[in-house]
Design a protein around this ligand. Structure first.
Ligand SMILES: *Cc1c(COP(=O)(O)O)cnc(C)c1O
Length: 399
């Protein structure tokens, strides 16, 4: 039996809620959208939530609503899913990649602080200029990668000091907490996503949350073809999009959100079992944890020795594949993607921690219904593969 990388958890309540919408004849912009948004905002702890057709669409709306554009730069991470940087390129904003912390895999806040204090200067108009690039630095876009909160106290403190926007990419981190507070409540706005591999799904879908009424209103308008809040159907005030989320998707979202604690608990169980079985080995690096953060488990990613590029990792993945076990090389660094190398060129070694993580990460099968016996099989196969690579004998440090 093959073991997949991920599987959504769809129960009777999901099927009932979606069926009810189908029987209602109201398939878009109806009461279920409102209910989903209200319940989501209340779960995260923000005043407003605006649903969108994907996480990427929600990120794009955030960038637009913050008024970012040509000549601007946003500080972010290259160790992420491409959408977190694409949303900037959509608006010709330049992502300025800051390297990651080798332990957390999130933005290295020492480097972030360093960049702001040493590489930026205010011009006569009071704008913060990245001197080398000649661009105006407008914001920070931290990603809570693999569900682990970025260091939000430092990030919000720097944002305040330098007067920058913060747009949290919380697409992988629903329910995660930093110092006792849910992610999504730290930035000026935050985005969540509901693709089927996420902790909760709507099939396709996303959400932007904020406490700022103007930002929320702008997003509602951008989502709906630039229409005014007065809802007149053929009056378009600004250039907008069709980023709406249908009632069917929202019904699925309501059902999933009402079970979110159970869904997250089930993921915690799988993570715990992996940790117990894989722990205590020098040649594997397991997901980071500390007392500041409660991770929302999105994927289970281990790192293997990477001092010789990605070869070792790739061989282990081939070994897993032959045993019928799916895996993924999460994440290939964004700045190494072919089109990015053109848009925002980097030299090899410019982001060393990001590149090392990209060469050494393996995402293992991870979903709520993953059986203990399957977890055991995955672990045994991983350890066999490491043996075959001579890892356990050589005890290569991944530091
Ligand atoms: C999933 C994800 C997104 C959004 O993805 P969509 O497929 O557009 O919903 C954005 N950023 C990160 C880091 C993600 O993991």
């Amino acid at each position: 039996m093959n073991i997949p990388l991920c599987l959504p958890s769809i129960g009777d309540s999901e099927i009932e809620e979606v069926t009810r919408v189908l029987r209602s004849n109201q398939l878009s912009l109806g009461p279920v959208l409102t209910r989903f948004e209200e319940q989501f905002a209340s779960y995260i702890g923000t005043k407003y939530a605006v649903a969108a057709s994907s996480g990427t669409a929600a990120l794009h709306m955030g960038v637009r609503a913050m008024g970012l554009g040509q000549g601007n730069e946003v500080l972010t991470t290259s160790f992420s899913f491409v959408a977190s940087a694409n949303c900037l390129l959509f608006e010709t904003v330049r992502p300025r990649f800051i390297d990651i912390d080798r332990d957390t895999l999130n933005l290295d806040t020492d480097l972030l602080r360093d960049f702001l204090s040493r590489k930026c200067r205010r011009n006569r108009r009071g704008e913060l200029i990245d001197v080398e690039a000649g661009l105006i630095v407008k914001g920070i876009l931290p990603v809570h990668v693999f569900g682990l909160p970025a260091e939000m106290d430092v990030i919000t403190e720097l944002a305040e000091e330098y007067d920058l926007w913060v747009l949290e990419d919380a697409c992988e981190a629903i329910g995660a907490e930093y110092k006792g507070r849910r992610v999504g409540t730290f930035g000026d706005a935050a985005v969540f996503a509901f693709y089927p591999n996420k902790q909760m799904t709507t099939g396709e879908g996303g959400m932007i949350v904020t406490d700022d009424p103007d930002l929320a209103a702008q997003c509602r308008s951008l989502r709906n073809q630039g229409r005014d809040a007065d809802g007149r159907w053929l009056k378009h005030t600004t250039l907008g999009y069709n980023y709406r989320l249908s009632e069917l998707h929202c019904a699925l979202g309501c059902a999933q959100l009402s079970r979110i604690d159970t869904l997250l608990d089930a993921r915690n169980r799988v993570a715990r079992e992996y940790m117990n079985l894989l722990g205590g080995r020098d040649f594997l690096r397991l997901p980071y944890s500390d007392s500041d953060s409660t991770r929302s488990w999105f994927v289970f990613v281990i790192q293997v020795a990477a001092d010789s590029g990605a070869q070792c990792r790739d061989n282990i993945r081939i070994h897993l594949e032959k045993a019928g076990i799916a895996s993924q090389a999460y994440f290939p660094a964004i700045h190494r993607q072919p089109y990015f190398a053109q848009a925002v060129p980097h030299l090899p070694g410019e982001l060393p921690a990001t590149e090392q993580a990209s060469d050494s990460c393996i995402a293992l099968p991870f979903f709520p219904a993953l059986a203990s016996s399957d977890i055991q099989r995955v672990v045994e196969t991983v350890l066999d593969a490491c043996d075959a690579q001579g890892l356990s004998a050589r005890l290569i440090s991944v530091h």
